[in-house]
Write a protein of this length. Structure first.
Length: 383
């Protein structure tokens, strides 16, 4: 995913890093190096889904395993996804065995401001050992979800206006909090403002250090979100963008990336009426940076590569679809210095497939995560 496909190539791994790759013609055999013969398969970087709720909604459980939405307060930026993730939940192992080596885990979209997101590996038993970056973004939500949750409680926000107003109010408070801290640090006789967990969490958003991941389906909600981001100097990343293909030229002008999906699902609410699997291809052709998401558990993250294949079937360029689950996803969330492609210096997250990864019949033979063999298909144990 760095440049072009290499026929009959090699990848050299030492400890947790890729240290070389290229054609077998360039390979110098060293008897001290352990060799894994790929047997004519296809090697890709580990796949990456940059919007999921993996481990926050546990398989086969109801309320007991639902930890993604703290729907008692519409503004909860102080919440951290890593505090709710259960890495022992079996969907982690299923994801790893499907070639997905990393995900971004996000709080849900019940709240206007939902909390801090984290990029984590899918291999591990303790979340602290699996973190790639935390926080990696702040979750915001527009449209029907906050409206419906708080309408049922007869609390604000029950309109799109109120959702936007709450977000504006708290971003402005965070700006003032930051300004007061800076002023106090520059003047010895001034006191720092009293600690505020919500504003402390929002401070890196208004200073531009932490991007806003914005749940929005309808085009008008996307532009409301972008309008607010412009007002406060916030870096936006649109999540879902279900109607994004209808305004793809405008989104391209904005230069805003879209994490597209899930589109392998039904139109379960009014704002999904224009849902189409052609969206990521249409957005890409318009010049919009695109990643593809399953929105696990909406679609299990183990089907990420199949979502990319469906996008290709609907008109997306095959290489662009692979990029949308590897290097482009990594670029959108700022992890491309570590993962997303096979390149010396990057983390050794690699998947060996029996055939082309977008071919439904291909299966995962081997997964290497951070330089460690994390999964090997049983009938290939002796290869």
């Amino acid at each position: 995913m760095e440049d072009h496909a290499i026929e009959n190539g090699f990848v050299l791994v030492q400890d947790s890093k890729i240290i070389d790759c290229g054609s077998m013609e360039e390979w110098t055999n060293d008897p001290e190096i352990e060799v894994i013969d790929a047997c004519g398969g296809v090697i890709t970087p580990g796949l990456l889904d940059v919007h999921s709720h993996l481990g926050l909604y546990e398989d086969s459980l109801g309320f007991e395993g639902a930890d993604g939405n703290e729907d008692t307060d519409p503004v909860t930026p102080q919440l951290r996804a890593i505090d709710g993730v259960n890495p022992m939940e079996r969907a982690f192992r299923e994801s790893l065995e499907a070639g997905v080596t990393a995900v971004v885990v996000s709080p849900g979209s019940a709240n206007a401001i939902g909390g801090q997101m984290a990029a984590i590996r899918t291999d591990g038993r303790r979340i602290d050992d699996m973190i790639l970056r935390a926080p990696i973004g702040m979750k915001f939500a527009f449209g029907e979800n906050p409206k419906s949750v708080y309408h049922d409680k007869e609390e604000t926000p029950v309109t799109r206006m109120a959702t936007a107003a709450l977000i504006r109010e708290n971003l402005r408070k965070a700006q003032e909090y930051h300004e007061n801290k800076v002023h106090a640090l520059e003047h010895e006789d001034e006191q720092l403002p009293d600690f505020d967990a919500k504003l402390e969490a929002l401070e890196p958003v208004v200073t531009g250090e932490l991007p806003a991941h914005i749940h929005a389906h309808r085009a008008d909600d996307m532009f409301t979100a972008l309008r607010i981001c412009h007002e406060f100097g916030v870096k936006p990343i649109l999540v879902h963008g279900t109607e994004g293909h209808l305004v793809a030229d405008l989104l391209a002008e904005e230069g805003v990336p879209v994490i597209s999906g899930p589109f392998m699902t039904d139109r379960s609410k009014p704002e999904l009426q224009n849902l189409t699997e052609a969206a990521p291809g249409l957005l890409t052709r318009a010049g919009v940076p695109v990643a593809i998401t399953t929105d696990h558990p909406e679609i299990p993250v183990k089907f990420l590569r199949l979502a990319a294949a469906v996008a290709v079937q609907a008109g997306m360029d095959e290489n662009e679809a692979l990029c949308a689950i590897t290097i482009n996803s990594a670029k959108i969330v700022g992890l491309d210095d570590r993962i997303g492609s096979i390149c010396p210096g990057k983390d050794a997250d690699l998947v060996l497939w029996s055939g082309h990864p977008l071919d439904f019949r291909s299966h995962v033979q081997l997964v290497i995560c951070a330089g460690k063999i994390a999964y090997r298909r049983k009938n290939d144990e002796n290869n």
